[in-house]
Design a protein around this ligand. Sequence first.
Ligand code: AHG
Ligand code: MN
Ligand code: MN
Length: 342
Amino acid sequence: MIKYKTLTEFVIERQTEFKYATGDLTAILRDIAIAAKVVNRETNRAGLGEDILGAHGNTNVQGEEQQKLDVYADNAFIQVFKSGGEICGIGSEENDDYMPFTSEISKSGKYVVLFDPLDGSSNIDVNVSIGTIFSIYRRKSETGTQANLEDMLQKGADQVAAGYVIYGSSTMLVYTTGHGVNGFTLEPSIGEFCLSHPDMQIPENGKIYSMNEGNIKRSSKGVQEYINYCQEIDKATKRPYSGRYIGSLVADFHRNLIKGGIYIYPATDAAPNGKLRLLYECNPLAFIAEQAGGLASTGEKRIMDIDPKELHQRVPFFVGSKNMVAKAMEFIQQHDLVNSNN
Ligand code: AHG
Ligand code: MN
Ligand code: MN
């Protein structure tokens, strides 16, 4: 019999790497894994019934049409966080405002979670990989009180753990506590996430660029010139690179993490701050990218150094292989920042 190392075994084994080794992280990750399995089950049968597939009928605070699975996943994660006792409040992409938990046990929780319950949800109907992204912080407010906005608006550099689940051809959970990145594949026959990708490292160079090129004419000169560079023929640097864009951030990020590549969602004329959300998408993936040896930037500054001003704040996002992100930055510095600083 093959002996798998389960997520729970692994987290317990590495518990001392977590800053405040009290077992809380083990419990939080256990809860995330439970909700992920529930969402995975629904995702897997998404073609089978009108109760799962399609639009929910609401528009979220971001102005995006909510899918039924967005709402389902949001509720599934909120439920486990509420009942776990380690979390005092959450912020979710699908809720207008943050949500402090009011029970006595939750108020004594030391952590908050910011999350994107279902990423890439416009792809559900067409059977393309989707995901969940999460970010865990130590609360700033006093234990025993209700969580407040200050607990939610923390810098990415203060994350104590972050990760994502990808519901793909297999289902994986990838996370970091600031001591490298490890990936676990759901073994469906035993219903456990098992260590499959220990110590993940993103190649320093890659041959994939991922951007919605439909936006290229609305993008800055620096972005346009960098994409031109990716498409140029140059044997020494193995260009042209391949363009790969799934349209599910988690799936695009995960592929580039394994194969090497850069993902770009820039500022455009139509979306001057880009599309992706700092707290639910960019910070957690930036933490993972850096822990795997990569970079994450707005084009101007490190993602994890940004002081969030609002819950649903959006930022331009360049993430992936170190040398590719650095190269993209060169183009931005040369064409955009110079001009905007003059
Ligand atoms: P979400 O489904 O959580 O709203 O996120 C959608 C995001 C992200 O997953 C993806 O990379 C990006 O939107 C795609 O946007 P475009 O369709 O504009 O390329
Ligand atoms: Mn998303
Ligand atoms: Mn989402």
